[in-house]
Design a protein around this ligand. Structure first.
Ligand SMILES: [Zn+2]
Length: 384
């Protein structure tokens, strides 16, 4: 299983159509919630209740003149919206979440359609035929022929995406040009340093975009998006600012994801055996101050991408015990010495070895003893 998320290239009428379908999905989900509360105390199984609600919707509500508009939209939307509500309900009943909330417009636009008679064939190229919705242009092409059944269309800022999972082996078996173990050190000043000296730097455009966003936020620091309780309406300028801010946030996130995807694919294709530090990410995320820098720098996603790509490219990804002093050890004579955070060079007090801090750490990660290493397991699915 492999997930693809591709940006759609829509014209205005297509955008409107997508937004209407998203609204329809929201309407169905909320309707299912309301109707469910009405039948909650009836003594039949949950599956029966959901079936009952669905029947009421198709045979009664959809036929009312004020709901005629639902007949102009894809019927797979409501099927999937009911399914989504059922799944949310199941999570709630299993104690894995609260009772499903109403979906509100501000929680975003998205809807799911599927093909009711099995997977559909998707031809490689920059067009996609989405079941019951029609054919749309794509910003980037599908690279190979494949099949899929369920399609989710979603909006982030002003961009629309289609995502789906494919069952094909995406990449044919590969030959890695480097079979020796490679260590990767992740850092703030240099994003990734490999023990063979290769470095990956976050693109400058991304850094610039971040600075630009920071300035924009500072200049507009007093703008408020209204306050319903106090009856204050958002000004046109405030609305404009928030829209713009959302777009820039989305652009930066997309840019970072592109960079991480590209980098991890390149690494997974080239190196057969990869070792990275096992950052205590959940611990770091719990620490509020560190959290934003960890999420922001993409360490977490970098590790996640490398791990989920390992079965696809046939790489071995190992995590090094996070207490292993990779930056304090000399990569030449194994002497351990204190290493101040700001020092960029490792100068060994014992053998005089002089090495870049990140490179020294990366070499140590590559040659770490076996008992301080564990296999990384792809605990997360590749779906964004
Ligand atoms: Zn040394």
């Amino acid at each position: 299983m492999y997930a693809l998320k591709l940006e759609l290239k829509l014209n205005n009428s297509e955008r409107t159509r997508m937004a209407r379908h998203a609204g329809y999905a929201r309407f169905c989900y909320n309707l299912a919630r309301t109707l469910y509360l009405g039948v909650m105390d009836i003594k039949v199984s949950r599956t029966r209740k959901i079936a009952l609600i669905k029947k009421t919707f198709t045979n009664f509500i959809k036929k009312q003149p004020e709901y005629q508009w639902t007949n102009t939209l894809s019927s797979r939307v409501y099927q999937n919206a009911f399914r989504a509500f059922n799944n949310a309900l199941e999570r709630f009943l299993k104690g894995r979440g609260g009772f499903p909330n109403f979906k509100r417009k501000k929680s975003g636009d998205s809807f799911t359609v599927d093909s009711s008679n099995g997977p559909v064939f998707l031809r490689a190229g920059n067009r996609i035929k989405i079941p019951t919705m029609g054919t749309f242009r794509l910003k980037e092409a599908i690279g190979y022929n494949c099949c899929s059944q369920t399609f989710t269309i979603s909006r982030t800022a002003d961009k629309w995406y289609v995502s789906f999972t494919i069952k094909a082996d995406k990449i044919p078996p590969l030959y890695h040009s480097v079979s020796e173990t490679i260590g990767i050190d992740l850092g703030v000043s240099t994003f990734a340093t490999l023990s063979d000296g290769t470095v990956y730097q976050l693109p400058n455009s991304l850094k610039k975009a971040k600075i630009k966003l920071g300035k924009l936020q500072y200049r507009n620091r007093n703008k408020q998006l209204g306050n319903r309780k106090l009856g204050i309406k958002a000004s046109t300028n405030a609305q404009k600012f928030y829209r713009n801010q959302a777009k820039q946030h989305a652009d930066i996130a997309q840019g970072r994801r592109d960079f991480l995807q590209k980098t991890t694919t390149e690494i997974s294709q080239k190196y057969a055996h990869i070792r990275i530090e096992d950052l205590n990410i959940s611990g770091m995320l719990a620490n509020h101050k560190l959290a934003s820098s960890v999420v922001d720098s993409g360490f977490y996603e970098f590790r996640r991408f490398l791990t989920y790509k390992s079965p696809i490219y046939g790489t071995v990804v190992e995590l090094v015990d996070r207490w292993y002093p990779s930056s304090k050890t000399c990569s030449s004579c194994s002497h351990v010495q204190p290493m101040p955070l700001q020092a960029r060079m490792f100068v060994c007090e014992s053998c005089g070895n002089n090495c870049n801090r990140d490179l020294n750490a990366a070499i140590n990660l590559a040659s770490v003893p076996k008992d301080r290493v564990r296999m990384a397991s792809p605990e997360l699915t590749p779906v964004e």
